[in-house]
Design a protein around this ligand. Structure first.
Ligand code: IVH
Length: 688
């Protein structure tokens, strides 16, 4: 290095030192935050660090110390928030502003051709471009930014609403907390959270050493990590993220590809492997190239996504019930492995379904070791003509559990074992199995006394999407059942803290938490109670539809098949299952005990259904993110109650309906103009 440069450098260092001395600690906090955001971006998004890890850590520590001294400068998007917190918390569910749909999937090249030709035809031979992308195999995420700040990160959930995992997502270094450049005031960006292969392998090595269960693949590891309650553990798991879909009313360009390049300039990590093409041949060139080349990528991919590039053309092509007509996912053929079948065991599920499971010689498959695989049902076993000792092909499709897809009959020698036969009695309770007409599965019909069914029903009942009983998990349910404390879900409501204190080292605190959790569940709305009952085929959506159509349990109990089938989305299978459920006296008895315990067996009219002039003449601005209803629903409510929803704050604004993380610019303006800020609970109160 030349001397004059050294001289210049030392002068510059001195100058920086002097400047720092002149700065107040508050200024220094701001400068350090900016600097650390930039280094994060250089390292995790651009892969081009400018300073050493040690220098980075030192600066981070300095910022942490200063922030402790200045709690008034707290910022939810400070780089120090990426370290995570060891506070435990449950996730809040929030509605997506736009539903999170999935893509139509295909494994066949001819369906890709069909897709291309359909688009061409629908667009009336207008020119179009296709954006070819990698299909990342992780867990999808929706990020909302307002005024350049990350305000919310939500999982896909059921597509309509998901878990608010903002604190965990903030620990992912490649996701910017603060943007730079000419970003829109508010937008949403979606992408995939991934656990890189090296991190996944290391994590599984550690788990093996601690004798903890291994993650089946990086996708499960990523989604499991994102749902951890302790964000400092999330921070240690080194997740990564690629963003692939920009949404909002103010997106800058008509091209999807161009929008993502813009997003890259604001600080997002966008795949460098996206290509815009015009011809079908170019689409196949892309597919063929990545079919093998993807093995060299640091993260898992399971296919290619093809999207019509122009947003105008996308709008024109529109959506089917489930997925866009302007995009398709081509999935790569799953890798398969050959291994020996040693034994077939049978598992009994919560609804009595019997699942045959193949126990195999351990074999490596797409980066993981497979020892067990699903055989699905009796027909599949029969179709494969399966024998113990057979060499079988195992594949990992989209599902978590690998499956047997074939038998290498050439490998059969004279030592072949017995033909695999489906069992005729329940392996848990010995009851003869039944098979309903037109169904592939066998069931154990003894749902009132077959242990895994009873435990499974209770586990389903207490689960988050059902009664969400705090403090109770499968192990505790198992224990309560084993010692005869709980035989069915209604028994939960007669439990006392005294009954469970001291069981399996359960302290007073945990016992009280469970009892409170059970008591709180009495407020869970009817539609979720209905789902919690575990009526076969009655999932969340069907439960909602039935609750809305019949209003209360008594009406549902006496509904005829025709009345049930008249409800939107209720077909014959669900209707029959509801009839079968209520035909059993034991089920009706259970419901009356639950009703006596105080559970909600009637639907409450929701607030947005009513109309009034309670907000007449008021101009209301909506800002931030909400947990009880989506922004759209609040917009509707304001209008239904005579108010006006306006976009920006002015002196004429009556009040701001503010969710969490209201944008700082709006907050400042509201304070300046002295406009009242009302949170969603107070707002809902106003409408009562
Ligand atoms: S676009 C409306 N692009 O695949 C469709 N999805 O079933 C928006 N995925 O849920 C999704 N890589 O989790 C899109 N480059 C990519 C993707 C991608 C992976 C996932 C995503 C989505 C699923 C599609």
């Amino acid at each position: 290095m030349c001397k004059c440069f050294l001289l210049f450098r030392s002068k510059r260092v001195n100058l920086q030192k002097e400047m720092k001395e002149m700065m107040t600690e508050q200024d220094l906090i701001i400068a350090l935050r900016e600097e650390l955001h930039r280094h994060n971006y250089n390292y995790y998004v651009l892969n081009a660090p400018e300073i050493s890890d040690k220098e980075f850590d030192d600066k981070m520590r300095q910022l942490q110390d200063l922030e402790k001294l200045h709690p008034e400068m707290a910022d939810p998007n400070s780089p120090t928030m990426r370290v995570g917190s060891d506070l435990s918390k449950d996730f809040k569910q929030v509605y997506h502003q736009y539903p999170m749909l999935s893509l139509g999937n295909t494994y066949s090249e001819s369906e890709v051709t069909d897709f291309y030709n359909r688009v061409k035809e629908l667009l009336g031979n207008e020119e179009f471009e296709i954006c070819c992308e990698l299909k990342f195999d992780g867990t999808s995420i929706s990020l909302v930014y307002e005024d350049g700040q990350l305000i919310q990160a939500v999982t896909r959930g059921d597509g309509e609403k998901g878990d608010d995992v903002t604190d965990n997502v903030k620990t992912i270094r490649s996701i910017p907390l603060v943007l730079h450049g000419d970003y829109p005031q508010r937008f949403e960006i979606r992408g995939e959270i991934l656990m890189p292969w090296v991190v996944f392998e290391e994590l599984n090595r550690e788990r093996e050493a601690r004798e903890e269960p291994l993650f089946a693949n990086p996708r499960n590891a990523a989604s499991g990590t994102l749902k951890l309650q302790n964000s400092s553990v999330v921070a240690s798991r080194k997740l990564d993220a690629y963003l692939y879909y920009l949404l909002g009313e103010q997106v800058p360009c008509d091209g999807h590809y161009e929008n993502l390049q813009k997003a890259a300039s604001w600080g997002f990590k966008i795949s460098e492997h996206m290509r815009k093409v015009k011809t079908l041949q170019e689409v196949f060139d892309f597919i063929n190239y990545w079919d093998t080349e993807r093995k060299n990528l640091p993260v898992a991919t399971d296919g290619i996504v093809l999207k019509v590039n122009s947003l105008r053309q996308q709008r024109y092509l529109g959506y089917t019930a489930k997925s866009p007509r302007w995009a398709i996912a081509y999935k790569f053929q799953a890798e398969r492995a050959l291994t020996r079948l040693n034994q077939v065991t049978f598992q009994v599920g919560r609804t009595g379904v019997i699942t045959p499971v193949a126990n195999l010689d351990p074999v490596q498959l797409s980066g993981t070791i497979v020892k067990r695989a699903s055989l699905h049902n009796a027909d599949i076993i029969e179709g494969l003509d399966l024998h113990i000792g057979d060499m079988v092909y195992v594949e990992k499709g989209g599902e978590i559990i690998p499956k047997i897809t074939g038998v290498d009959t050439d490998a059969r020698g004279f030592m072949l074992g017995d033909k695999v036969k489906f069992i005729s009695r329940c392996p848990e309770c010995g009851t003869p199995l039944v098979r309903f007409e037109g169904e592939a599965a066998h069931y154990c019909p003894n749902d009132a006394a077959c242990p895994p069914q009873i435990k499974g029903k209770i586990e389903h009942f207490i689960s988050r999407k059902a009664m969400a009983i705090d403090g109770l998990g499968p192990e505790t349910v198992d224990l309560f059942y084993q010692i005869g404390l709980v035989h069915d879900v209604a028994d939960l409501y007669t439990l006392k803290a005294l009954d469970i204190r001291g069981l399996d080292r359960m302290g007073d605190k945990s016992a009280i938490k469970i009892i409170h959790g059970i008591a709180d569940s009495k407020q869970v709305p009817f539609e979720r109670v209905l789902f919690a009952l575990g009526i076969r085929f009655v999932g969340e959506t069907a439960a909602k539809k039935l609750a809305k159509a019949f209003g209360n349990i008594e009406a549902l109990e006496v509904a005829t098949k025709e009345q049930l089938m008249a409800v939107d989305e209720i077909g014959e299978k669900i209707a029959q299952s509801v009839l079968t459920y209520f035909a059993l006296p034991a089920n009706r008895e259970l419901i009356s005990r639950l009703k006596e315990a105080g559970l909600q067996m009637e639907r409450q009219e929701d607030e947005e259904g009513e109309q009034s002039d309670k907000l007449a003449g008021l101009s209301i601005v909506i800002s931030g993110v909400f947990s009880h209803h989506s922004r759209e629903e609040y917009k509707d409510m304001i209008e239904k109650h005579g108010g006006k929803n306006v976009g920006s704050i002015s002196s004429k604004t009556s009040f701001i309906l503010a969710g969490e993380n209201m944008g700082p610019a709006k907050l400042e303006k509201a304070q300046k103009l002295g406009i009242k800020i009302i949170n969603e609970d107070d707002f809902l109160q106003m409408l009562l």
